[in-house]
Design a protein around this ligand. Structure first.
Ligand code: CMP
Length: 463
């Protein structure tokens, strides 16, 4: 009502002022200016009239007849027509201007501004609705996806598109949004393809899994019978093979029910065929570790126990050897002892194998012996004071216990049998070394003898 009364009141007031001036001071305003001054209150009257007519027609007559709000577009259209008529009348009758090009342009510009500013959204929806009606990108009963929502189209009006979701809720989209958004249309009665992913264990051969799954899908209601479902490997996952089921459906709104039915059938078919439904698995290897010190001592004791020449030693002595020994680890192929080097310790092999080598006459190394865990080496230089008689090289990763001169000396003092056993071993090894030496060519023997001689001379200060 304010829309009618306010412009009307202002217009009447202006008209009274205009009338008073015309009556009492006609010379104050000229004819031309007078026309424009009269046009202003008449414009106000026009606004009031347009609102009054619109109110009467739509809020009184239309509402009474139809029992609901009149469409906004009708109001807009009527307003446009009435404003145009009133403006033209004022322009022609009051301003007494001919209806030439300028008048039309001016009038239509005013109308455009009114429409543009006040009815932007409404007109946007209206024109989007018009384009939906003309282009028909979808029809009633089709399923459409707008954004994240899928629903069945129930109605399309000039302003909105109504969609019913699978939750049985109604979503009403303004047509301008429908026209603006990316739209996916699943036509009703069309063969719409759907992909469902299901897992199967790695141990099941794909051919078997594919056959079983395909049989399952074919029997599900609402899956289109016109096209045979396809099952294929979609991915090799972390804990399972993912199979893709491609099936076709004429009413896309059924997909969730169909998917659920397929999954349910698969559970039973897997069960009957002794196939477990895979779930993420992790293999964790747990290593049980004894307290480090106890473990080492026990093991070193054991290996010293296994050394033949230490048989005469008491348990305490063996324990003392184990505790005093220096533990070392060598990489495969490492030179542990070099022939000719001085040496004052011997080694017990705790882990891995070593090779005892002599250089041969043709320059290639010659294996004299291979020693295993529980064997010892380096005793010859230690006990005779001579340089190392051969190279000792690790064949694998080797762990040794090194026994120093002082420790061995104490053991020898207390155990005559140990000295006996050791000298036996040294003699045996020496004679083997001599055998290799005998196999040496004369030249090499001569060089070797010379070397020894020189060493003796140097030792006794004879050179
Ligand atoms: P040593 O001479 O101190 O350094 C090289 C070591 O090789 C030697 O002590 C022995 O322990 C070892 N050795 C030498 N000859 C043989 C052999 N015939 N059999 C086993 N081991 C040997």
């Amino acid at each position: 009502m304010k829309r009618i009364t306010y412009p009307l009141a202002i217009s009447v007031a202006l008209l009274l002022v205009y009338g008073a001036i015309r009556l009492f001071e006609p010379g104050l305003i000229g004819d031309e200016l007078g026309k424009y001054l009269l046009a202003v209150p008449l414009l106000g009257v026009s606004v009031a009239l347009v609102h009054a007519i619109s109110y009467f027609l739509f809020d009184v007559v239309f509402r009474r007849r139809k029992g609901r709000e009149a469409p906004a577009l009708l109001r807009v259209l009527l307003s446009i027509i009435l404003y145009s008529v009133f403006l033209l009348l004022i322009y022609r009758l009051v301003l007494e201007k001919p209806l030439g090009g300028f008048g039309i342009v001016a009038t239509s510009t005013v109308v455009s501004v009114i429409i543009g500013l006040a009815l932007q959204d409404t007109l946007g929806n209206f024109f989007a609705g018009l384009s939906i009606h003309t282009e028909q990108p979808f029809h009633i009963l089709d399923a459409i996806r707008i954004g994240h929502m899928i629903g069945r189209v129930e109605a399309v009006t000039w302003r909105t598109t109504t969609v019913r979701t699978n939750d049985n809720t109604t979503v009403i989209f303004p047509n301008s949004k429908v026209a603006r958004e990316e739209l996916e249309v699943f036509r009703f009665n069309n063969l719409n393809r759907r992909i469902l992913r299901v897992p199967a264990p790695y141990r099941i051969p794909p051919q078997k899994a594919i056959t079983l799954i395909r049989e399952t899908v074919s029997s599900i209601p609402n899956v289109a019978i016109e096209k045979t479902p396809v099952v294929r490997i979609g991915d090799f996952g972390e804990s399972s093979i993912t199979y893709e089921i491609l099936y076709w459906v004429k009413d896309y709104m059924w997909i969730h029910d169909i998917d659920a039915a397929i999954r349910q059938h698969i559970w039973y078919i897997y069960r009957r065929n002794d196939i477990e439904i895979p779930f993420p698995t992790r293999h964790v290897l747990l290593e049980h570790q004894e307290p480090a010190a106890t473990h080492e001592e026990t093991d070193y004791d054991r290996v010293i126990d296994s050394v033949e020449i230490f048989a005469p030693l008491s348990a305490e002595e063996k324990d003392a050897v184990a505790r005093s020994a220096v533990k070392s680890v060598y990489a495969p192929g490492e030179l542990i002892l070099r022939r000719g080097d001085p040496g004052d310790s011997m080694f017990i092999i705790y882990r891995g194998n070593v090779e005892v080598r002599l250089p041969s006459h043709d320059g290639h190394a010659q294996q004299v012996a291979e020693l295993k865990p529980g064997s010892f080496f380096g005793e010859m230089a230690l006990l005779t004071g001579e340089p190392r008689t051969a190279d000792v090289i690790s064949l694998s990763e080797v762990e040794t216990l090194e026994i120093r001169k002082g420790v061995l000396q104490q053991l020898l003092e207390n155990n005559a049998e140990l000295a006996e056993a050791l000298s036996h071993k040294i003699t045996e090894r020496q004679s083997r070394l001599d055998e290799y030496a005998r196999a040496m060519p004369e030249e090499e023997k001569r060089v070797k003898a010379q070397t020894i001689r020189r060493r003796i001379q140097r030792f006794f200060g004879l050179d």
